[in-house]
Design a protein around this ligand. Structure first.
Ligand code: SF4
Length: 316
């Protein structure tokens, strides 16, 4: 049987970012240092394959600190946590290891600084996402107003329009966020904030690669979890950039081959929490059906690495 040709545009960068890589290393080092079980509050990163692999090594995932025994170490996920979380762990005398991505911590510090200067804070983010909950939880309840889109900006009721600042979630759509920031600045010209937004390098780079390949692709597959914000944004970016079909898949088994019938030019990328092995499985699945030519689409080089917390660099 002759297989039909398929050009596979492979986005670069894709997959693991420095924050995810560090968070996984933190759990592995904690297991080495203290042995199993190690408790992890929330999925360390939003990916089932990663979580299952760590669970097999002895990590136990819980949603709240009180679900873990006080005599075992607890790791906080890459998304960051509200101040009340480490406070609760400290009150129980637990060993705590913070796997919050340093780029999220930077936003926490910005939020606290604006609050200390007496500014009311507006956060651009997604309701209920753990990063948004963690960043808003850096300040007392009610001190942060959350906006998700331009329409929310029009509805904002603020204390003093001249005493405002904004921060953003790190994994948003770069283009949508630019529109929301512009709406904030138009309505509140005195608002303080970062030069553009707080979207991290990894989110920006992955979106840039998808934008570059979208016009030449009949379809794009994004490997990532449904609760991964940066992965979902990649699907949206692909569609907005002109690709007629974009699908989020957790594994190769979820590919909708019927929807891909007739596709000759397929784009492939992965969210920041998706391991490369899942990307390779998608490539293998394509090779079973097609005569595949892989064409890398490289729009940036990444060489960022974050140190693990000191407690894991010290001997037990
Ligand atoms: S996506 Fe960005 S903010 Fe989130 S963990 Fe990765 S580098 Fe950090």
């Amino acid at each position: 049987m002759t297989r039909s040709p398929l050009t596979l545009h492979l986005a670069a960068p894709r997959g693991f970012c420095a924050g995810v890589d560090r968070a996984i290393r933190i759990v592995e080092l904690a297991l080495e240092k203290w042995g199993a079980p190690i408790y992890v509050r929330h999925e360390i990163v939003h990916n089932r394959t990663v979580v299952d692999a760590l669970r097999a090594k002895g990590a136990v995932f819980v949603e709240e600190v009180h679900e873990a025994p006080a005599d075992r170490p607890i790791v906080f996920s890459a998304h960051g946590v509200a101040r009340s979380v480490p406070e609760e762990a400290a009150a129980r005398n637990m060993i705590q290891v913070d796997a919050t991505c340093p780029l999220v911590t930077k936003v926490h510090i910005e939020a606290a600084r604006h609050h200390a200067e007496g500014l009311q804070l507006v956060m651009i983010g997604h309701t209920g996402h753990p990063e948004t909950v963690g960043t808003m939880g850096q300040l007392p309840p009610g001190e942060v107003l959350l906006v998700e889109d331009v329409a929310d900006v029009a509805r904002l009721e603020v204390r003093d329009p001249d005493r405002l600042a904004f921060v953003t979630q790190t994994t948003l759509s770069v283009d949508d966020t630019a529109d929301i920031v512009a709406a904030l600045q138009a309505r509140f010209p005195a608002i303080s904030g970062p030069a553009r937004e707080d979207i991290c390098y990894a989110t920006t780079n992955r979106q840039m690669a998808v934008k570059a390949m979208a016009p030449s692709c009949d379809a794009i597959l994004v490997v990532g979890a449904p609760n991964s914000s940066n992965s979902r944004r990649l699907v949206e970016v692909a569609r907005k950039a002109g690709c007629p079909y974009a699908q989020l898949i957790q594994t190769a088994a979820e590919i909708d081959w019927r929807a891909l019938e007739g596709v000759r030019s397929l784009g492939l990328t992965a969210g920041a929490s998706a391991p490369e092995e899942l990307v390779n499985e998608v490539i293998d699945a394509c090779r079973l059906r097609h005569d595949v030519t892989v064409r890398p689409v490289v729009t940036a080089e990444e060489n960022i690495e974050f140190k693990v917390p000191r407690i894991l660099r010290e001997p037990a």
